[in-house]
Design a protein around this ligand. Structure first.
Ligand SMILES: Cc1cc2nc3c(=O)[nH]c(=O)nc-3n(C[C@H](O)[C@H](O)[C@H](O)COP(=O)(O)O)c2cc1C
Length: 207
């Protein structure tokens, strides 16, 4: 918990479109969380000044990055959040460059022995993609989950919106409802990892 009475849910949107598919899904999760009393805040990464990691290695000792840009605010937000909702469209089979800048700077969460300074912070991953085959990038989504685990996040769920080139997220009430329900569920649950996944999947018809 972040110290206050309610939990804090942080949304990070890695699309240059501030009100696009990814933003709508991330915000739906936040909306559900807010309905359950969570404090929510969302940032569009493309609107922030986040530079690339300069590989100085100084963060490894004390966890502080020396680059004085908007990532300093995002470090504070991640540290004080109970749940992070990280969204990216697929660009060229991968996350966007804006999202990758954030991920590279998260190297500051790793100690000299590469253990994480984050204490299994909960994370919901959101991907949107133009093509309809929702399994097309599954290996990449699984790989990204693994990377986030390595960084110290407890990845509870990955929401995928496939086929947005044909039907945008705003015209998919069921998908938005599902994202909202995940937000409600995560903000009311103290479960972690597999237990969370099991509990959530048992609610699948309503999610
Ligand atoms: C530069 C660029 C590259 C893209 N590459 C892919 C891709 O490799 N596979 C895919 O399915 N969709 C691709 N798309 C489509 C986006 O993933 C899709 O439209 C997504 O829903 C956009 O999300 P947004 O509205 O949040 O920006 C690409 C779009 C752009 C602009």
């Amino acid at each position: 918990m972040n110290g206050g009475s309610s939990i804090k849910v942080l949304g990070l949107v890695g699309s240059p479109k501030v009100d696009g598919n990814t933003s709508k899904l991330v915000n739906a999760v936040l909306e559900g969380a807010a309905e359950k009393g969570a404090e929510t805040v969302v940032y569009n990464l493309a609107s922030l000044d986040i530079k690339g990691c300069n590989a100085c290695g100084r963060c490894r000792e004390n966890g502080c990055c020396v680059i004085d840009d908007d990532m300093q605010k995002i470090y504070r937000e991640i540290n004080s959040a109970d749940v992070v909702v990280l969204g990216s469209p697929v660009y060229m089979w991968q996350m966007t460059a804006q999202t990758k800048l954030l991920i590279d700077r998260m190297t500051a969460f790793l100690r000299p022995d590469f253990s994480s300074r984050l204490d299994n912070k909960k994370l919901i991953l959101v991907f949107t993609q133009g093509i309809s085959d929702r399994d097309a990038f599954k290996p990449y989504f699984d790989y990204t989950e693994g990377l986030l685990y390595y960084l110290g996040f407890d990845v509870l769920n990955t929401i995928v919106a496939a086929g947005t080139d044909k039907l945008e997220v705003e015209f998919r009430p069921h998908l938005l409802e599902k994202a909202k329900n995940i937000g409600k569920f995560v903000s009311g649950s103290h479960l972690q990892g597999l237990e969370y996944r099991r509990a959530e999947s048992s609610l699948t018809p309503s999610l």
